[in-house]
Design a protein around this ligand. Structure first.
Ligand code: 13P
Length: 251
């Protein structure tokens, strides 16, 4: 059975005080949603603090180096993340692809580093606005998935979830409609089955990200192939994030 996942990507936001306040507020949630996997992705400098608090939320890193260790000033290795008790990592986010030139080679090295260090991966894929105009945009997405799967073993998928994040919907207030999202998620699951096998495809969580908020979450989460959400802006407001979690819990 695949898991439902709700994740908050804080991106490069919040001072320490603000981050503490947000964390305290979301940790007050009641625990009737135990069947959900709940993750926050704070900036690196706050990871250890929230890991030590051992709350309801798993803690993940927004990025990881493709290198194992050495003279790479400013980088954070998968082994360092593991050593502080970090459990999850985001790889392939469109903001990393676009602003930091992370291409397929780098991303597949990052995936290997994360898996070697037993981190669980949320691997992001998504099409740009221009690619969406292309009739064949579903195959653009399955190619992105293929680049992930071709270097992996079937067992690796126990530690991998997919986030579909249409680039045109991230931080723009534009959301893909439930029909658009279901079309993509269902086609990704079929593509995943071809690349791996039926069990792996059925057991891999595929979550949606891109202006998911309290207004649209219910209809997005009602789609059969949507297994949760990767929330950006709305995860910075405790009340909204908790409401979105409750909507996933009731879906
Ligand atoms: P927004 O929810 O702010 O559009 O961000 C989505 C996202 O990029 C999550 O990783």
């Amino acid at each position: 059975m695949r898991k439902k996942i709700i994740a908050g990507n804080w991106k490069m936001n919040l001072s320490l005080n603000e981050a503490n306040e947000l964390h305290e507020a979301i940790e007050k949630l009641n625990s009737s949603d135990n069947q959900l996997v709940k993750i926050i992705f704070p900036p690196f400098v706050y990871l250890d603090r929230f890991i030590q608090k051992k709350g309801h939320f798993n803690v993940g890193a927004q990025n990881v180096s493709q290198f194992s260790n050495g003279a790479y000033t400013g980088e954070i290795s998968a082994n360092m993340l593991k050593s502080i008790g970090c459990q999850y990592v985001l790889i392939g986010h469109s903001e990393r692809r676009e602003y930091f030139n992370e291409g397929d080679n780098i991303l597949s090295l990052k995936v290997k580093q994360a898996l070697q260090n037993s981190l669980k991966i949320i691997y992001c894929i998504g099409e740009t606005k221009d690619q969406r105009q292309n009739d064949d945009f579903l195959s653009i997405l399955s190619n992105q998935l293929n680049l992930l799967t071709e270097s992996l073993e079937i067992n690796d998928f126990e530690n991998i979830s997919i986030a579909y994040e249409p680039v045109w919907a991230i931080g723009t207030g534009l959301t893909a409609s439930p029909d658009q999202v279901e079309e993509v998620h269902a086609s990704l699951r079929i593509a995943l089955e071809k690349m791996t096998n039926k069990t792996t495809a059925l057991n891999t969580s595929i979550i949606y990200g891109g202006s998911c908020n309290t207004t649209n979450a219910e209809s997005l989460f009602s789609c059969p192939n949507v297994d949760g959400g990767l929330i950006g802006g709305a995860s910075l407001k405790a009340k909204d994030f908790l409401e979105i979690i409750a909507l996933l819990n009731n879906s």
